[in-house]
Design a protein around this ligand. Sequence first.
Ligand SMILES: C[S@@+](CC[C@H](N)C(=O)[O-])C[C@H]1O[C@@H](n2cnc3c(N)ncnc32)[C@H](O)[C@@H]1O
Length: 304
Amino acid sequence: MTCFDEGSMTSDYARYLAAKTTVDDRALSQHVLAELRRLMPAGAPRVLEVGAGLGTMVARLMDWGVVGAGEYILLDADRRLLDCSCRWLCDWAAARGLRSYLLPDGLQVGELRVRLVHGELGRYLEAAHGAPADVLIANAVLDLVDVPAVLPGLLRLLVPGGVYWFTINYDGETIFAPSHPLDDQVMYAYHRDMDERFRYGRPAGDSRTGRRLFHYLRAAGAPALAAGSSDWVVSVGPDGNYPGDEAYFLRCILNTIQNALRSRPDRVEPADLADWLAVRGRQLDAGELVYIAHQLDFVGRSPG
Ligand SMILES: C[S@@+](CC[C@H](N)C(=O)[O-])C[C@H]1O[C@@H](n2cnc3c(N)ncnc32)[C@H](O)[C@@H]1O
């Protein structure tokens, strides 16, 4: 994929999102997905995915036969990532023998029109929009925003009774194995960083988004019709290798923790953090590192 070869932050992040695909494939709750299939409008629905990143979800949903026709909008705050997305989706379609061609605002893949929309979610919700969506998707995104503030506006993007599918919502539990004496301290500090994060001038994250969504969705008049866990579980296979590009995915997880804590010596001593990271890095290189992150998926309908 050309967008991975440019040596920029965006290309690193695009590679991370591509590497995450197989981890999400295994993790997504099949129970919740079955309910999504049942609720999915027939014909050619209008789907909006917020924080869509590289667009791996639209590819997955076409692969899994959940969407095939209609319109699918990818909204993301990162314009360069959306550019990567166009190329990534064209390559993905070509690898499957699917006809695709570029459009002024996205691309056509088979019977599906994919539109790329650059925008920050909070501002997007404040602006006027065209036709509401039949289906709203957010994958690995709601734990990056202030859910109580944005959820009512998000649900208003749907037609009354429209379907939401909110997946891979982090829920405050991470396990690295084998255990290390500093695990609890590192993860406690990392969760505090998530809880205090600000992006785009707004609070941006909650380390316990998953469990809190039960209440938030009910309070917004859209209780979940199904919920289930979507834990990331990453370990080497029988051949001693991590599947796909998942060693890179794990390296990115360790880098994210390092970046969050390197400026907080009051929470984890720099020497302790360096030791923890060095041990985890060696375990990753040796194929010994196991990583588990607890997450939750939800599906339901908007009010009305
Ligand atoms: C963890 S990534 C998930 C991407 C994609 N949903 C996936 O699972 O591969 C989070 C994405 O949300 C986008 N994002 C984060 N905060 C956002 C905001 N406030 N408005 C719009 N996009 C946002 C980021 O640019 C990034 O692409």
